[in-house]
Design a protein around this ligand. Sequence first.
Ligand code: MRU
Length: 367
Amino acid sequence: MKVNGIPYRSIWLDPDGRTVRIIDQTRLPHDFPVVGLRTMQEAATAIRDMWVRGAPLIGATAAYGIALQMVEDASDGALDHACAVLHATRPTAINLRWALDDMRAVLAPLPPGERRAAAFARAAAICDEDVEINRRIGEHGVALIEAIAARKPGPVNILTHCNAGWLATVDWGTATSPIYQAVERGIEVHVWVDETRPRNQGAHLTSWEMASHGIPHHLIVDNAGGHLMQHGQVDLCIVGTDRTTARGDVCNKIGTYLKALAAHDNGVPFYVALPSPTIDWRVQDGVAEIPIEERSAEEVTQVWGRDAQGQVRQVRIAPEATPGANPAFDVTPARLVTGLITERGIAPASAEGLAAMFPEHAARAAE
Ligand SMILES: CSC[C@@H](O)[C@@H](O)C(=O)COP(=O)(O)O
């Protein structure tokens, strides 16, 4: 996507073939700092500290993290070590394990001397594949927006949660890809952006994406969605996912479940956009089986923002004596999901729906 007229991806390799570039997303929307990663440990830090975040981008960064490790040491032990360190960075997004398994499958059979080049090539391919997958998600998802636009006057009002935009992927985003493609087709859209406490990915990142692309939008507090739905002001919800189970349960940023409940109660279609690497074919029951990341209580008791002097600062909003609790994701059961927008088409959120869309994966998982 373009930023000030310049095309960007969220991760890329410098022409030196040695430095992986990312955008430090903790500084958006106030600054747009591009930083370089030169070691596997730096890639791990970037994921853990959320300079990069969003399930597909976490996977892509981990893939490059393995490549950076191969520059320093391409032995079997170093490959194992890098996979373990990167895997421990964030527990919920399954794309992390998917990318590490993929890199290991490519590299392990090779002699160490061939691993460096192969690792950079595979990491680049994972990024290119992600871009293409997300473009296709948009092609399928835009039909939903088009259909609503055809039957009502005015803009199609779409509510989204967290940031499942191009910043969360390598490009296009998942939930935002249909929105970007609707805008390209001249369809009038308006986006309700959930602020997404505690880290405010909606306020900081999705709002920035929408504003950068001139897409009409409003930032709303997380609790506003139900009210807007009751008053007919939401035509469609589209969110992303960090892990979708084989039966269609969806784990996404905390608060997604409440939006799905409100959508269900109000007859608002609730779609989840996902690249197939986000499906965990080994897991059925999302509530019982998906590990939910517990993040620092400080994210709840404090907020980040820019003050009137232009300084980006953190301020405490709770009494010093009040502890915070911070589960970062929740699970929306498949029965609340209208459909899963994948790169192959829109699947019903069910074991049968996903197996019909991805028969090769479902068959392998059943072995
Ligand atoms: C296409 S990104 C899908 C999800 O990763 C996204 O909705 C989300 O929950 C991101 O959480 P984050 O904690 O910012 O990594």
